[in-house]
Design a protein around this ligand. Structure first.
Ligand code: NI
Length: 280
């Protein structure tokens, strides 16, 4: 492994994140953003399952712009330097914060509701900036080193996935002096551990903020219960995940059928994980 890769991994292990990392570059980010806006208009006009799952958890299974990003060689190289050569994409999430949106997310960890085992050394979330991300447009903040404590108890107010994805109902206590804003230019990315404690703020600017988050896992990661699936993007897949296929084109009928099956499996696992967390 190169000296650069070793230092990246050391920083990731110590801080729980690495950024900024040059990923798809500004031109590809601009192109992807245009296609992303077209995609959102299309799914919202169609409605139904496509609209319900417009922003998570499997965008890359139905759209070429997201498929292209999850296969981007620069991203795969940096992910490989952190978790090894066998890589699957388990999930994609589109995080948008519209202009003048007062929404914010309380400090939380994603790992507690993902329902994955073995993620500690074997998974990473890549947060790709499709627009610049700044403190003013409510970028994510990390609590440096917070991944080292593992999964911690959260205060849960809501009972559904919507409450959790929205975040206001889920919170952990954080020493504000550990807070690090994830400032990126369009085309850069940040990488973080799934137990990283993070939050985000309101957008007080005139422009929307768009980020695509990609969860990469290696075959050491397994679903904690039930059936799940993942897309092998480099080396070998499995870990008990059923295989997924790339979309032949935007909204190809086979791709849409696959999305329906994959989101149904995922939703069943989310419901189970949330139920366990909120009733114990
Ligand atoms: Ni989160």
């Amino acid at each position: 492994m190169s000296a650069t890769a070793t230092s990246l991994r050391d920083r990731f292990e110590t801080d729980g994140y690495v950024f900024p990392h040059d990923a798809i570059g500004p031109a590809e980010a601009e192109q992807a953003l245009a296609e992303c806006r077209t995609y959102l208009r299309a799914v919202n006009s169609v409605g139904g399952t496509l609209a319900r799952y417009a922003t998570f958890p499997k965008i890359h299974l139905v759209t070429n712009w997201a498929d292209r990003i999850v296969h981007h060689p620069v991203i795969l190289d940096v992910v490989e330097s952190l978790i090894g050569p066998d890589l699957m994409v388990w999930s994609t999430n589109l995080f948008t914060r519209p202009a003048h949106s007062g929404s914010s997310l309380a400090w939380h960890q994603d790992a507690i509701y993902l329902g994955l085992e073995g993620y500690q050394e074997n998974a990473v979330r890549v947060w790709v900036a499709l627009t610049d991300t700044t403190v003013a447009n409510g970028t994510m903040r990390y609590s440096r080193g917070s991944h080292a404590q593992g999964a911690v108890n959260h205060r849960w107010g809501g009972t559904g996935m919507e409450d959790i994805m929205r975040g206001e109902e889920v919170a952990v206590d954080v020493d504000e002096s550990s807070s690090v804003p994830v400032v990126l230019t369009a085309g850069q990315c940040s990488l973080h551990h799934l137990a990283m404690v993070h939050c985000s703020g309101p957008n007080v600017t005139d422009q929307g903020r768009f980020n695509l988050a990609i969860d990469y896992v290696n075959p050491q990661v397994r679903p904690s219960s039930g059936e799940d699936s993942a897309l092998t993007v480099r080396g070998k897949g499995s870990g008990g995940f059923l295989p997924e296929a790339r979309p032949a084109s935007d909204f190809h009928p086979d791709a849409v059928r696959q999305l329906y099956a994959a989101t149904a499996r995922r939703q069943a696992r989310i419901d189970q994980t949330v139920r366990l967390r909120t009733t114990t």
